[in-house]
Design a protein around this ligand. Structure first.
Ligand SMILES: Cc1ncc(COP(=O)(O)O)c(C=O)c1O
Length: 382
């Protein structure tokens, strides 16, 4: 499998015909428990929290898509991030990208910090700042690239080299690009995290998260967290994500074609400023995007004149849906300050550069001319 190209892996990794029946789709094993074959012996499964045959196949597919050694599926992206931070111990120091998903900030500031873990936010797009922030007790650098919603990139290979020289591991939230467009492990990172709720599921009909490790100790650790803490993905959600993954490569191609067309359109619109999309040559890190990513994706954000203008825009859109989340086949628009970043303080938002006029778009796979016409009429209302 490892030699196959990406589109082939997406269709076949973890998804070979069922050996018992020949079914071409992975069967859905809705069983919490499994018959034991003797005292202390079983057929590979004993209880679904520890392992489920449908989940195993999804985890195999995720590991293959990210080029990792083990995949681990959780009940949401946040459950996956929680499992990642469960690697840390009291007294450890964690460095985290400064403009990560606000849910990650909430988890760190309101829960993880209570366990005696020292948390520090750093601008991971600034390599000197990363190097300077590493301390003797730093255990992990957690990166989100491109960042949410400002689409700031972090150089994964460079941060990994700096971290490894000091014995520190690097984890990457790869949700915004999906494994189709960015391979953090191949760039030197140690662990990949996903909210499968987004592009991997792709249809906005399930919540899920994943960790992909690159070392035997990651597998041991994440299996323990799955079994001990219990936040595992249900078999039905696993089935949906497996189904979504089969069309990932083609969906992403259309997402991306539409994304580039829409970012180009927005960049020339007189009522729009500060379009953040790594595929525009005006993006300050365009060269890094070309080097590090296999495409530019379909996430972007831009500014209109303020909160009222953003409200009018969101009321006027017809095809775009005003909603949080991203990565589904339908196009979504959201007001960052009151949705994804509502849980961080105004002061934190100001420090991040997330103004009240900032709107984030997740471009779907509809016809791009229809999408542009929808934006045109909604911007006319601003
Ligand atoms: C980049 C990123 N990471 C993690 C998450 C959390 O994922 P979930 O909502 O599946 O818990 C999100 C959710 O929006 C996200 O955008």
């Amino acid at each position: 499998m490892a030699d196959y190209k990406y589109s082939t892996l997406a269709v076949h990794a973890g998804q070979s015909p069922d050996p018992q029946t020949g079914a071409v789709n992975v069967p859905l094993y809705l069983s919490s428990t499994f018959e034991l074959t003797g005292i202390g012996t079983d057929r590979g499964w004993d209880y679904s929290r520890a392992g489920n045959p449908t989940r195993d196949k999804l985890e195999e597919a995720l590991a293959a898509l990210e080029g990792g050694t083990s995949g681990h599926a959780f009940t949401s992206g946040m459950a996956a991030i929680s499992a990642l931070f469960a690697m840390l111990r009291a007294g450890d120091h964690l460095l985290c990208s400064k403009d990560v998903y606000a849910g990650t900030v909430r988890l760190l500031d309101q829960i993880v910090s209570g366990y005696g873990i020292e948390i520090e936010y750093v601008d991971t797009s600034n390599l000197a700042a990363v190097e300077a922030a590493i301390k003797p007790n730093t255990k992990l650098i957690h990166i989100e690239t491109p960042s949410n919603p400002l689409m700031v990139l972090t150089d994964i290979a460079a941060v990994s080299a700096i971290a490894h020289a000091k014995g520190v591991e690097v984890s990457v939230d790869n949700t915004f690009l999906s494994p189709a467009l960015q391979s953090p492990l191949a760039l030197g990172a140690d662990i990949v995290m996903h909210s499968t709720t987004k592009y991997l599921n792709g249809h906005s009909d399930g919540l899920g998260g994943a960790l992909i490790g690159s070392k035997p100790e990651h597998k041991e650790r994440f299996l323990l967290v799955q079994k001990a803490a219990g936040g595992v993905m249900s078999p039905f959600e696993c089935f949906l994500v497996l189904r979504g993954i089969r069309t990932l490569a083609v969906r992403i191609r259309q997402h991306e074609e539409n994304g580039l067309a829409i970012a180009t359109y927005l960049a020339q619109h007189p009522k729009v400023s500060k379009v953040a999309y790594p595929g525009l040559k005006s993006h300050p890190q365009y060269a890094l995007a070309v080097r590090q990513q296999k495409g530019f994706g379909s996430m972007m954000s831009f500014e209109v004149s303020g909160r009222e203008a953003a409200g009018r825009f969101l009321k006027a859109i017809k095809i775009f849906v005003s909603a949080e989340s991203l990565g589904g086949v339908e196009s979504l628009a959201s007001h960052s300050a009151t949705t994804t970043h509502a849980s961080v303080t105004q002061e934190q938002r100001d420090a991040m550069g997330i103004t009240d006029g900032r709107i984030r778009l997740s471009i779907g796979i509809e016809d791009k001319e229809d999408l542009i016409a929808d934006l045109e009429q909604a911007l006319a209302a601003v």
